[in-house]
Design a protein around this ligand. Structure first.
Ligand code: PAF
Length: 282
């Protein structure tokens, strides 16, 4: 498995694969890979001949008070995991390679409506940063497929909409969330949790599950359900960012007639912000 850092080298290698009519699957990541990422690589390998995993901690999607500087950078360990999972190529560009004129001068992609609310409300500019870097990566790599985790439900919706609106010839594939045994969604940020916080963290998934069961059993008083779930998270010792029940397509507040709804939650343990979601068909 090779690792390349420059766009020039990447394009030369990919040109060779295309001449052999190989299909290319992309797994965009920020590194510090866990089983969730590896499941994305395996899914990409099912759909494409060549799997490229990008590792780039994207400064544009971090807010001023967020964890850009402390975000774990573990390239050597990541390479070992990717090689074992059947990845073909790692693309680990520098910020200069991705944003040659600097962040402030770079063209930005704004995806309206689905970027609003939920994480978009708590993290202004976050989805602009995600959409911009994903569109740059799509243009750099020109994959046939790209695989993203459903754990970042709103991110996946933003990327699907961007790809459709800008007629990008890339098929976007969602992959199910991978969980710890106690239900906690795998995340690079779980590594920030203290022993005590780690014990509390599965409360997020429990609140999502309890609420989804209530919905499956016929309740449709969504604002009340969201309030109850939020209270249960506060009681468990988390600081609630949001607990929302949304239409799965539009991500707008769910209405009683909606068939597909998604429960989205974000909460802090200390300074660590965790997110998770569950979708329910009614
Ligand atoms: O989900 C992530 O790790 C990032 O948001 C992504 C899609 C790699 C863009 O930087």
């Amino acid at each position: 498995m090779r690792t390349v850092h420059s766009l020039k080298e990447l394009r030369a290698i990919l040109r060779g694969y295309r001449q052999q009519e190989k299909t290319i699957g992309l797994v965009p990541t920020m590194g510090n890979l866990h089983e969730g990422h590896i499941s994305l690589v395996r899914k990409a390998a099912e759909a494409a001949d060549i799997v490229v995993t990008s590792i780039f901690v994207n400064p544009m999607q971090f807010g001023a008070n967020e964890d850009l500087d402390t975000y774990p950078r573990t390239l050597i360990e990541d390479q070992e995991k990717l090689s074992a999972a059947g990845n073909t190529l790692v693309f680990a560009p520098s910020a200069d390679e991705v944003y040659p004129d600097g962040l402030a001068r770079h063209t930005r992609i704004v995806v309206p409506e689905v970027s609003d609310g939920h994480c978009g409300a708590s993290r202004p500019g976050h989805f602009e940063g995600v959409a911009t870097v994903v569109s740059v990566l799509f243009n750099m790599i020109q994959p046939d497929f790209a695989v993203f985790g459903e754990k970042d439900f709103q991110q996946l919706a933003v990327i699907r909409k961007m790809t459709r609106d800008l007629m990008m010839p890339v098929e976007v594939i969602g992959a199910p969330t991978v969980r710890e045994e106690d239900g906690l969604a795998k995340s690079s940020r779980n590594g920030y949790l203290s022993e005590q916080e780690r014990i509390i963290a599965p409360a997020i998934y429990q609140a999502l599950q309890t609420t989804s069961e209530k919905i499956a059993n016929g309740r449709d008083d969504f604002p009340v359900l969201a309030q109850e779930a939020g209270d249960s998270l506060r009681e468990a010792g988390l600081r609630l960012d949001y607990f929302n029940i949304a239409n799965s397509q539009t991500l707008k507040p769910a209405a009683p007639e909606d068939r597909e709804v998604t429960l989205l939650a974000a909460a802090f343990l200390g300074t660590t912000r965790l997110i998770d979601n569950i979708s329910v068909t009614r």
